[in-house]
Write a protein that binds this ligand. Structure first.
Ligand SMILES: Nc1ncnc2c1ncn2[C@@H]1O[C@H](COP(=O)(O)OP(=O)(O)OP(=O)(O)O)[C@@H](O)[C@H]1O
Ligand SMILES: [Mg+2]
Length: 76
């Protein structure tokens, strides 16, 4: 099986994690897949469409820890 994505392809591949049930790993799997694909050199856009903004918070905290940035985020 070919497990490589075609990087020359212009069209984006959309992967959606969704489940009506809470706490089933949607955030964990979407953030880790985005991270793993980015590490492999793919251009990745992670869209956090959850008002809890847990994926956004996770990446902001990671960025702050790595780059010694001071980042604030306000949840409305
Ligand atoms: N593959 C896994 N193995 C073990 N624990 C996991 C795994 N994936 C997620 N978890 C744990 O399960 C819990 C819920 O995960 P997560 O927050 O990703 O779920 P969620 O579906 O996004 O939840 P919510 O509906 O609240 O947004 C977390 O404590 C997370 O660490
Ligand atoms: Mg979540």
């Amino acid at each position: 099986m070919n497990n490589q994505l075609d990087l020359s392809q212009q069209e984006a591949i959309v992967v959606t994690f969704g489940n009506f049930k809470g706490g089933t790993g949607k955030t964990t799997n979407s953030t880790m897949l985005a991270y793993a694909l980015a590490k492999k050199g793919y251009r990745v856009l992670l869209c956090d469409q959850d008002p809890q903004a847990n994926a956004t918070t996770l990446f902001l905290k990671t960025k702050a820890a790595r780059e010694d940035d001071y980042i604030t985020s306000r949840k409305h």
